[in-house]
Design a protein around this ligand. Structure first.
Ligand code: NAD
Length: 498
């Protein structure tokens, strides 16, 4: 937990010089049409910065610079060990500027400062460092050819990568892409969300300071339908990597098909089941974790455990424990207070969406147990109480649709088969969890669950060592681990006659 007090953070907020320009070819500059959009803090609706609103012209300029830089070889042909050195320095600079980045993230996106410091900054640094450390340890292959031939199977950087990312973990999502993309030798254009662009803009200068050549990393803030679409339709972008909603992910596949068949890798939404069997080893721990799984980051988490499936024999007892945990530990507070565990929702639109789902739950007959209200309205910020619904069926909208807010639906089940059937009855397949003391049941559930990550007797564990991504409409491809490098490299076979 940070030792910096709320008063100190507020003082730093007043002093903060916020950069809102885009970053192309190693320089900050205005968008070519001089357009900006207001970047408003969800904590109090104060104007943080006027941010460059990039469009097609800026995309053209950034892609052409990225292409020239890539072809020049100044980064793409650098020995991996030298790329590693630059990226390790970049990682160090992220840590050195950790408090500044954490403050920017909290002001821009509304999450608690304690989380920005303890989760977002270290995970961002780790994504860059881990990828840097890996890149001079990944070997190519020699094919199993006959005596008179040599077959080399090599990986090459794809070229120009566009990375379009969401607002819920802005710099962490960006660096899950930037780490392997840059380490592999590509030139990258990063498009942060219009709802939280500030840390991405700041990271560009830190990368340059670390020694990344100009043009290798460009950052284009702006709207999805403008600069995002321009990048996705661009004929000279080789690969598009995306984290965001399944709706936009599908649109990006269409754009790729309409343009140059660029490779498209998608990390999309979720509606993850958290399954608690009656033989869970510790119901108290399971309940506290279920509360955290929906309240952490205001529920604005792709893997949020938003469907809590509880075995009927323990359901009432368990719901009471989750309700107590939410009320005791997860009430919204000021995001700059180091004690706060639930901050502000990202903006008015997201607040309206969340409150709309709460109304829908009540109208469809679910029982509101705790929460349900907007609070702290006098602050001008967007705060909603973590909300628990019991007596939910998997057909209700609150169980089927991704809310992306702190709204938890409890669905009861009888036995293993019904639990798995309900869990898999969703268009999504990002993550799932199972609580049981029966090892065989845990393994059988893990095999049966159609999800990219399965947790047993815990929720939301993970680090850079394992791939992260989804089945079904939660996406394709994987962030993190050595598997992530597949997205940023092309495989080449070279046949040599001896
Ligand atoms: P979103 O899909 O609305 O936007 C994501 C990004 O796409 C933004 O930068 C946006 O500007 C851009 N965009 C929007 N329209 C576009 C278009 N027509 N062309 C090109 N780009 C466009 O998602 P969001 O609201 O920013 O983020 C929330 C979503 O992200 C949730 O569904 C959440 O589950 C998902 N998410 C997934 C993961 C994961 O790893 N699977 C992680 C975090 C968030």
């Amino acid at each position: 937990m940070s030792q910096i007090s709320k008063t100190d953070w507020e003082a730093r907020y007043e002093q903060l010089q916020i950069e809102g320009r885009c970053f192309i070819n190693g320089q900050y500059r205005e968008a070519q049409q001089q357009q900006t959009f207001d970047c408003i803090s969800p904590i109090d609706q104060r104007l943080l910065a006027r941010v460059a609103s990039c469009d097609q012209e800026d995309a053209e300029l950034a892609v052409s610079n990225a292409r020239q830089t890539f072809v020049s070889g100044v980064w793409s042909r650098l020995a991996p060990v030298r790329r590693k050195a630059v990226l390790l320095r970049f990682a160090e600079l992220i840590t050195e500027h950790g408090e500044e980045l954490a403050l920017l993230e909290t002001l821009d996106m509304g999450k608690p400062i304690g989380d920005s410091l303890a989760v977002d900054v270290p995970a961002t640094e780790c994504a860059i460092r881990w990828s840097a450390e890996a890149i001079d340890k990944i070997y190519d292959e020699v094919a199993a050819t006959g005596h008179d031939e040599l077959g080399l199977v090599t990986r090459e950087p794809v070229g120009v990568v566009a990375a379009i990312v969401p607002w819920n973990f802005p710099m962490m999502m960006a660096c899950w892409k930037l780490g392997p993309a840059l380490a592999s030798g590509n030139s990258v254009i990063l498009k942060p969300s219009e709802k939280s662009p500030l840390t991405a803009i700041r990271l560009a200068a830190l990368a340059l300071e670390a020694g990344l050549p100009a043009g290798v990393l460009n950052v284009l803030p702006g709207y999805g339908h403008a600069v995002g679409k321009a990048l996705a339709l661009h004929m000279d972008v080789d690969t598009l990597v995306f984290t965001g909603s399944s709706r936009i992910a599908k649109q990006l596949m269409i754009y790729a098909g309409e343009s140059n068949m660029k490779r498209v890798w998608l990390e999309a939404g979720g509606k993850s089941p958290n399954i608690v069997f009656a033989d869970a080893p510790d119901l108290g721990e399971a309940a506290r974790t279920a509360a955290a799984a929906i309240a952490f980051n205001q529920g604005e988490v792709c893997t949020a455990g938003s469907r809590l499936l509880v075995e009927a024999s323990i359901k009432d007892l368990f719901v009471e424990k989750v309700a107590n945990a939410l009320q005791e530990h997860w009430q919204p507070g000021h995001p700059l207070d180091p004690q706060t565990r639930v901050g502000a929702l990202v903006d008015q639109g997201q607040t309206d969406t969340v409150l709309g789902y709460i109304r829908a739950g009540q109208e469809e007959g679910a029982r509101l147990v705790v929460g349900g209200r907007r609070v702290r309205q006098e602050s001008g910020g967007f705060f909603v109480e973590p909300t628990l619904f019991d007596d939910v069926t998997n057909e209700m909208r609150i169980a089927r649709e991704e809310i992306f807010g702190p709204v938890l639906s409890v669905i009861s089940f009888e036995g293993f088969e019904e639990a798995i059937a309900i869990a898999n009855d969703t268009i999504y397949g990002l993550a799932a969890a199972v609580w049981t003391r029966d090892l065989s049941k845990a393994h059988l559930a893990s095999k049966a669950l159609r999800a990219g990550s399965v947790w047993v007797n815990q929720y939301d564990s993970g680090d850079m060592t394992a791939p992260f991504g989804g089945f079904k409409q939660s996406g394709n491809g994987r962030d993190k681990s050595l598997h992530a490098f597949d997205k940023y490299t092309e495989l080449k076979a070279t046949w040599i006659k001896l």
